[in-house]
Design a protein around this ligand. Structure first.
Ligand code: ZN
Length: 162
């Protein structure tokens, strides 16, 4: 994805109050982010670990959302975004308030997602011997495309334009 600056992030939030948007603090240096290997940007709020931020390119712009993560369960789960079958631990249910009036009346959307937002790494791994044995590059490219699509679909649901 294209590099983002801190001001871009606050502006991109579609389900945040003005106060929430202006109090957004990125807990790392955006200059050090490997943007070319990322399909979306996600991070937790260090001061409030139940709160997370996601930023996804949708139609030549970036849509951001605030999410809440449910506490860890012991079960393994398939991440709905990268659908990686080898990395099924550390997947949590995240919920986002929908944008606008829908969100204010308590309407949320949820997704299972890697809690460390590592999906972009998982889709770039080499296939196992059962997966894409004949064309590893194609295997990786298809998974990157699928991750982008799942991320985009979720953000469209948050923004209520399905
Ligand atoms: Zn994932």
């Amino acid at each position: 994805m294209e590099p983002l600056r801190s001001a871009d992030l606050s502006r991109a939030l579609i389900n945040a109050s003005r106060k929430e948007a202006t109090s957004l603090k990125v807990p790392f240096d955006l200059e050090t982010v490997p943007w070319e290997r990322l399909d979306y940007l996600g991070f937790s709020d260090p001061k409030s670990p139940q709160r997370a931020y996601l930023f996804v390119p949708v139609d030549q712009q970036v849509i951001g959302a605030i999410l809440r993560v449910t506490p860890a369960s012991r079960n393994q789960a398939l991440c709905s975004w990268c659908e990686d079958v080898t990395e099924t631990t550390g997947v949590r249910m995240f919920t986002a308030k929908r944008a606008g009036a829908a969100g204010r009346s308590g309407n949320t959307v949820g997704t299972l997602l890697h809690a460390d937002f590592s999906c972009s790494q998982h889709v770039r791994r080499k296939p196992t011997s059962f997966e894409g044995k004949h064309d590893p590059d194609r295997f990786m490219a298809d998974r990157i495309t699928a991750l982008k699509l799942h991320a985009e679909q979720f953000m469209r649901r948050v923004s209520t334009q399905v």
